[in-house]
Design a protein around this ligand. Sequence first.
Ligand code: SF4
Length: 448
Amino acid sequence: MRTYFVETWGCQMNVLDSQRLAGVLESRGLRPANRSEEADVALLNTCSVREKAVQKVFSRLGELRQAREVLGRPRVVGLCGCVAEQEGRSLLARSAVLDFVLGPGRVAQLGWALDAVTAGERVAVTGFSPTQDYDAHLIARGEGARQYVTVIHGCNQHCTFCVVPYTRGHEASRPLHEIVREVESLVAGDAKEIALLGQTVNAYRCPDTRADFGELLAAVGNVAGVWRVQFVTSHPKFFTDKMIANLSRTPRLGSYLHLPFQSGSDTVLKRMHRGYTRDGYLELVGKLRAAMPDVTLSTDVIVGFPGETEEDFEATLDLVSRVRFGQLYGFLFSPRPQTPAARYAGRVARSVAGERLHRLFALQNIVQFELNQSLIGRRVEVLVDGPAKRGSESWQGRGPDNRVVNFPARQGVRRGEVERVVVTGATAHALLGARVAGEFGGSQVPTA
Ligand code: SF4
C-alpha cells in the first residue's frame, strides 16, 4: 500500500474528515494519488443527507469494481462517512469491491481497519467512541489559506427529517484551549481564514470552562495572525442576546452567517421539530442585523415536507421576501432511513414539490440579483481561491460575506493572497471586480 485517494461528498464536515482520513494514511507512509483508479487505497467519504447522494455512492462503487478488474486498482476500497454509519455491515454484502466500512465517529480506527484488511478480513467499524478521537496533529490539510476546525461534533436536535444524529452521534464540544491551540498552529502556517465547524456550531459549550460560542469566537478572533473567522452551521434556537452582543465585538469576524430556517410555516416547523417559530426566526434576524449591520445571511430550505400545503409554502416564499438572504440552498424533501418524517403521512407529489422548488429559486434569484447589484461600487477584500472556472483570464475569491468575486488576473497573483477589488458588476451568483491598489483599513467599506 503506497498511495491513496479520498473522494469526498457532502458538507464541510466531510471535507475535514477526509483530511483526517488522509492524515492517518500519510502517518502510515502512504502518499496521495491523482485519482482512485490509480491508488492502492481508495476511500469514499460519503454523505447520506439526500437519497440521491447514496445512489451516487453505489454507482461509484460499481465503477471502482470495474477499475479493479481491468487495472488491478484500487487494491483496497473503504467506504467512510455517513452512509457507512447508516448502512453498516450490510454494505459489505451489497458490494463485493468493498474491503471495509468506517463510520464518521471512527476515523481514528482507520489504521486498525487497514490492518484487518491486510490480514484478509472484511470489517465494519461503526458507532461512536466516547472520546471522539480528534487528533489535530494528524490532519493532512494540504495548502490553503482557508482552513476548517471542528468545534463541536454530532447533534442532539433530532429534527424529524434529518439523519445526522444517527450518523454522527451526540453533541460533544472540544475544549476551548485545544481549539485555540489548533488555530494558532494553523495561522503559524499558511492559514488566513478559519472556519469553525459544527452541525449546531452555536450550541458550543467548552467542557472544561462552560464558555459559550460567543466566548469561543472572541478567543479565536483574538489569535494573532487570524485574518478572518467564519462559522457554520448555526441553529436559530441557540443564539442568546449575550452571544449576539459578542458577535459584534469579535475581531476579524466575517459578515457571513448561515442560518437555516427550513420552512416559513409554523405548522411545518412544528412537524419538523425545529424548536422555533416563524416570528421567533424573524425576531432573531432583526437582532443579528442590529448587531452586525453588514451581515449577509444564507439559509437552507426544505420544500415538499410531508403535509406541506400551498399556504405553508407561500409562508416560506413570504419569509424569503422579507429576510432577503444573500444565498439560499433549497432542497426537495428526501425521506431518510430511521427518521420520523420518513413515516409521516401527507407525502407531497414530486411534481408539486418540484414546481414549488422552482418558484423558490426564481424568487431567490431576483433577491440575489438585487442584493448583488446594490454592492456595485463597494471595495472588498477577497481571499483568492484560484482561476475562475470559466476562462483562465479571470480569477476568483470570496469576500467577507462569502460572495464569489471574479476579477482579472494580475501578473504574479497567487492562491491564498488577499486581493483588494472594487465591485464593478454583478449577476445573481457572482460579483465582478477590478483590482484596487493600497490598503482599505477595513474588510469591506462602502464608497458612498
Ligand atoms: S439541527 Fe436538525 S438539521 Fe441540523 S444536524 Fe441537527 S438534526 Fe440535522
